[in-house]
Write a protein that binds this ligand. Structure first.
Ligand SMILES: [Zn+2]
Ligand SMILES: [Zn+2]
Ligand SMILES: [Zn+2]
Length: 276
């Protein structure tokens, strides 16, 4: 599978909107890998994970044709990961697209759709949109792709936020953004897989590296990788990637690389493409 990182920042972007802290000023000056949009991914040009406010612009930047997207997997309803109003442009008045888009999400995220499209969930045919409820532990087959959802440690308990293990053609990718340390049940599900690529979040960065709840700091990201190794979840040549960074940690790309690279972890940046 080919995995493209459309964005690698936490909710506020990096440099953050309306922020004048030293880290944001420096990131703006540096440009390049220090400019991070909100987190989203494209797999093989037909599958997208998360759909935040920067998705359209990022797809244009990296040559992603959104007409080819067949399925959209949403981790949770926070606005940096799900901007459902953008799906309005699939309606017949705007789009000539001929195929359906399968939208997989928890109930919290699905419930945002009627509010912006002004139709109930069972009447989204004008948008060629098929909503599917996903719960932790679900394993779903869609064409030649199979994905399994685990419960993330994030948001309120009523939200049931999700992380996804995605399988296609013998390759397996884990998308683990917006979570603290996973619960034992989630670890047990993860332990059934052998990952080629593991994407683990690092919202609190190196500065707040001890953080383990709802989001991770850098030590927790490394500990999660170590736990995956201990449980035999990673293939021998697996790539482990840290992403979803908040400007609050003030770490620039070079700081992340100085911390993670000696530990064998890749630091994500906008536009990074991995193939496994
Ligand atoms: Zn987020
Ligand atoms: Zn800032
Ligand atoms: Zn979130």
């Amino acid at each position: 599978m080919k995995l493209t990182f459309l964005g690698t920042a936490a909710a506020e972007g990096w440099p953050a909107l309306f922020c004048e802290c030293e880290g944001c000023k420096q990131a703006l000056k540096n440009g390049g890998k220090d400019i991070r949009h909100r987190c989203a991914y494209v797999i093989d040009n037909d599958t997208m994970v998360d759909f935040g406010p920067d998705t359209y612009a990022q797809c244009l930047s990296y040559g992603i044709d959104t007409a080819n997207i067949r399925r959209l997997l949403i981790t949770h309803s926070h606005t940096d990961h799900f901007t459902p109003k953008e799906l309005d442009w699939r309606s017949r008045g705007y789009s000539k697209v001929e195929h359906d888009l399968d939208l997989y999400a928890n109930q919290h995220a699905l419930d945002k759709l009627p509010a912006v499209l002004f139709k109930p969930l069972d009447q989204l045919q004008p948008w060629r949109l098929i909503p599917h409820l996903v719960k932790p532990g679900d394993c779903i087959e869609d064409g030649d792709i199979r994905f399994t959802a685990i419960l993330a440690d994030h948001a309120g308990p009523e939200q049931l936020p999700l992380n996804y293990i995605i399988e296609r053609n013998g390759s397996t990718i884990f998308i683990g953004n917006d979570s603290g340390w996973w619960c034992e049940e989630s670890w047990n599900i993860l332990s059934r897989f052998k990952l080629d690529i593991a994407v683990i979040e690092c919202t609190y960065g190196v500065r707040f590296k001890e953080h383990t709840v709802k989001h991770m700091g850098a030590d927790c990201t490394v500990a999660a990788r170590d736990e995956m190794q201990k449980r035999g979840i990673l293939k021998q040549d697996a790539i482990v990637v840290a992403t979803h960074f908040s400007h609050n940690c003030q770490d620039l790309h070079a700081d992340f690389e100085a911390f993670f690279n000696p530990k064998g972890i890749t630091v994500a940046y906008d536009g990074l493409v991995l193939e496994k």
